[in-house]
Design a protein around this ligand. Structure first.
Ligand SMILES: [Zn+2]
Length: 400
């Protein structure tokens, strides 16, 4: 008779085997046993189970180290499909991927400012419906839906507690979407999805400790400690955008004063430009007529063409972003800080300025150099992270 503990150990071993195959790409049963430390017969029976369940398949013979050529194992990426939703203040992006986060289909629609919660949710549901209709035949069908939202989220219950920029409070999003589709649904804050996406499939793959800074309309952060997302005791960790950097200044949407996101986000970049225009600054590219139709890519482009106002604004935002990053590096001593979301469109101009400031002002980085980079997955990172909420569960509990 198999006891509960034995079942648990088997489940853990199965997950280790599956994740090792994923990380290696192609691997023989013998190498799996060597790497995992499990004995060959255990590996063999777990692999048989994973093949039967459709998660793993055999590829032709690999390189032989003498003797018979071994049969190589690989993940069957089309074991199932996953849906990821990046719900932003300005748009909804829905992607359909295989279980290795390769994109099979995607669609993005823009949102108007002030759209009602009901309208936004029904548009999201329509897009998810479309993703399902576009999904190919797979062994296990759709394995789940992950949703990243721009707000404070109760991950366990799947409730959006507060999304100030959407004007949402206590929205039971998981329940609504689960009832509609009868699929497993995972909801998390968009900075957490960005971090987990970068950890599994992007620039954070080799970093044990890193902080992902989602610098968009506001600022959120996702913190990876010892290869795991740090959620805090009730899932609310990472609100570093609301770290006070000026105790006497701007009132923030959170009710506090002088929060970092009011100085170093896309919102603050545009506020800076508008204030300078109102104060009478003239520029060859930007004026009070066109400013409302420009986005961050336009500002970055004008800076490259020599717009003084765009360059000043980027310098100001880079400096302010650096102030928070110095605090992050001093607090966490990470290997890496990844800057993502819309401000990442500024690219080298932003990164070079941030690196220089951090090198000058950061105590910890004087003793332990920290890499500071633009995130690797670009504007797809939070949607990829949303599918990773599902994929990480599948790889932790294969077959359940
Ligand atoms: Zn705040």
């Amino acid at each position: 008779m198999i006891t509960g503990d034995q079942l648990l150990i088997k489940q853990i071993n199965k997950s280790i085997v599956l994740n090792t195959i994923r990380k290696k790409g192609l691997i023989s049963r013998a190498d799996l046993a060597n790497i995992t430390g499990l004995n060959k017969s255990t590996v063999s029976s777990l692999v048989d189970e994973l093949i039967k369940e459709g998660f793993v398949e055999e590829e032709g013979p690999g390189e032989s180290k003498g003797g018979r050529k071994p049969i190589m194992l690989m993940i069957n990426s089309l074991a199932g499909c996953v849906i990821g939703v990046d719900l932003d203040v300005n748009y909804i992006l829905v992607i359909l991927t295989d279980i290795l986060a390769n994109i099979l289909w995607q669609k993005r629609i823009n949102l108007k400012i002030g759209e009602s919660k009901e309208d936004i949710i029904s548009k999201m549901i329509e897009l998810i419906d479309e993703a399902i209709k576009n999904s190919p035949d797979t062994v296990k069908g759709i394995l789940g839906i992950g949703i990243g939202v721009p707000g404070i989220t109760d991950y366990k219950r799947g409730v959006v507690l507060k999304a100030p920029n959407l004007n949402w409070e206590n929205v039971e999003l998981k329940k609504i979407v689960e009832e509609r589709f009868s699929l497993k649904v995972y909801i998390d804050n968009e900075a957490n999805t960005g971090a987990i996406g970068e950890k599994w499939f992007g620039g954070g793959r080799n970093a044990k400790n890193f902080v992902y800074v989602s610098a968009g309309i506001g600022i959120g952060t996702g913190i990876i400690i010892n290869n795991e997302l740090y959620r805090g005791s009730s899932g609310l960790a990472g609100e570093i955008g609301h770290m006070t950097i000026d105790i006497n200044d701007h009132i923030c949407s959170c009710g506090n004063r002088g929060c970092w996101e009011n100085y170093a986000s896309e919102k603050s970049l545009f506020r800076y430009i508008k204030e300078r225009l109102e104060a009478g600054q003239e520029d060859d590219f930007i004026d009070s007529e066109n400013i409302d139709s420009l986005d961050i890519n336009d500002i970055a482009g004008y800076a490259e063409l020599g717009s003084k106002l765009a360059i000043d604004a980027i310098n100001e935002i880079s400096k302010n972003l650096s102030v928070g990053i110095v605090n992050i590096v001093n607090t966490f001593n990470p290997d890496l800080v990844l800057i993502g979301n819309t401000l990442s469109a500024i690219g080298d101009m932003l990164i070079d300025a941030v690196k220089e400031y951090v090198r000058e002002k950061c105590l910890v980085s004087r003793y332990n150099d920290v890499a500071i980079e633009i995130s690797k997955l670009g504007m797809l990172e939070r949607a990829i992270g949303a599918v990773t909420l599902v994929i990480s569960e599948v790889f932790s509990y294969p077959g359940l």
